[in-house]
Design a protein around this ligand. Structure first.
Ligand code: AMP
Ligand code: MG
Length: 425
């Protein structure tokens, strides 16, 4: 793997339409994808603790779910198959079936039982009519409309059948999956171990929280955004701090990060052409590609390996960190966590209610607000100023407005693609 990455780096300039100074977004994604080798260690967890983790074995159903034919309604059960039922039919009630209880009598033709939702269908019954569709007259019922045979019955195995594949290795466990495994009586499952990600910020101008801001300093916000985005993915986080632009300090932090973690993420110091130490260090210790992506924000980006760790060098600008994380890092991390074919963030088209300024030749990820308009349809508007240092635009946004390379300025009322971030940022 590392060998082919180094080959790729040394041969990159000879590849067809490879231009590190004008890398299309999709091409950079594909480059990264070919080097992602998922973790292979696993652990066994109680199902509740598996939320957000990736399944490391296939789950087969050892039982039928439901396990027995049962009623989907509160009503009356009887046999409709063998008699011609109509509104003049009278059935005598011979008992009641509650959910979780058995009914040991056989129900003969002309008889019925009162049955609750989830109650086991007694022998001799195949149909349930909901209680709102019958009239009770003493011990008898009659129908207010002609019932359809076999209605309102949930059959054994209708959800899951014995031996059926339920969930497969590589599946991201979500709330429904916890319930689904519980419905099979499974209390523990095997998942991949958590992915370890170490990160640090770089820059002489960075102050850490708790320090007083000196002239020319900014507080390090990238470590907090990264912390938030990584926590959402259930990752084990190793925060290596804000490191000043000091070659020795950077070198020892980078090597220590690569030793401890599966993935190292840095922010700042990867601008191509900049006299930054990170680039020199990465050339010395890693096999790393430096790109100028044809996108805004997020132009400089580095990807490669430092020892055995995957390395992502994100730009320093606070919005660019988030945009590049969502466009390149998030999906890569999910693959490394063991997820099979993670779904990209959903994209769909909606009308934008304001003019958009945009240069052709690069993909822009403008921050947008999806909102329900007075006519009841969902539309989008930009958050306002779109500078890559305006982090408040990310706080306001619930989506990116994704404008492809070919797109230029757009008038209000144009259809635009949006990538939903709600619950992600
Ligand atoms: P760089 O990529 O290192 O040239 O940084 C680009 C811009 O992002 C500069 O204005 C930096 O001050 C700013 N920046 C870099 N790292 C951080 C950080 N961790 N928190 C906030 N701003 C940052
Ligand atoms: Mg810097």
């Amino acid at each position: 793997m590392a060998h082919s990455l180094s080959q790729l780096i040394s041969n990159a300039s000879r590849m067809d339409d490879y231009d590190p100074d004008a890398m299309p977004v999709e091409k950079a994604r594909l480059f990264i994808k070919q080097f992602l080798n998922p973790v292979d260690e696993t652990e066994v967890l109680p199902i509740r603790e598996s939320i957000g983790r990736i399944l490391a074995s296939n789950i087969l159903s050892s039982i039928n779910v439901p396990n027995y034919d049962n009623s989907a309604m509160d009503g009356y059960a009887f046999n409709a198959a063998d008699i011609n039922i109509n509104q003049t039919t009278k059935l005598i009630i011979i008992g009641t079936v509650l959910a979780g209880k058995t009914f040991d009598k056989k129900v003969a033709l002309g008889q019925c039982v009162r049955i609750m939702t989830g109650g086991m269908m007694p022998e001799g019954t195949d149909t349930v009519v909901m209680q709102e569709r019958i009239k009770v007259d003493g011990d008898y019922i009659t129908f207010t409309e002609t019932p359809k045979p076999k209605m309102n019955v949930r059959y054994a195995g209708e959800d899951l059948q014995v031996g059926q594949s339920v969930l497969t290795t590589g599946h991201l466990m979500q709330a429904a999956d916890l319930g689904l495994t519980a419905s099979l009586g499974i209390s523990e499952i095997k998942v991949y171990r958590r992915l370890k990600v170490a990160f640090f910020s770089t820059g002489d101008e960075l102050a850490s929280l708790g320090e007083n801001l000196k002239i020319g300093q900014v507080y390090d916000s990238n470590r907090y955004t990264l912390y938030g985005m990584l926590s959402r993915l259930g990752i084990e986080i190793i925060d290596m701090g804000a490191i000043s632009d000091d070659p020795e300090l950077l070198e020892c932090t980078l090597l220590s990060a690569a030793k401890q973690a599966d993935v190292v993420i840095t922010s700042g110091g990867v601008s191509v052409g900049e006299a930054d130490y990170m680039k020199l260090l990465l050339a010395k210790h890693g096999q790393v590609m430096f790109w100028k992506i044809s996108m805004k924000p997020g132009r400089p980006l580095a990807y490669g390996k430092v020892d055995n760790a995957h390395y992502f060098g994100l730009p320093g600008n606070p919005v660019a960190v988030m945009v590049t994380f969502y466009q390149f890092v998030r999906e890569a991390l999910l693959v490394l966590m063991g997820q099979t074919n993670p779904a990209p963030l959903p994209i769909f088209n909606v009308i934008c209610t304001e003019n958009i300024r945009k240069q052709t030749g690069r993909t822009e990820f403008q921050r947008g607000i999806l909102f329900s308009d007075t006519d009841g349809t969902w539309k989008v508007k930009p958050t306002g100023a779109q500078g890559s240092a305006i982090l408040s635009s990310m706080s306001l946004a619930n989506c990116f407005i994704v404008l492809d390379e070919a797109v230029g300025n757009l008038d209000a009322g144009s259809l635009v693609a949006v990538q939903v971030l709600h619950g992600m940022v």
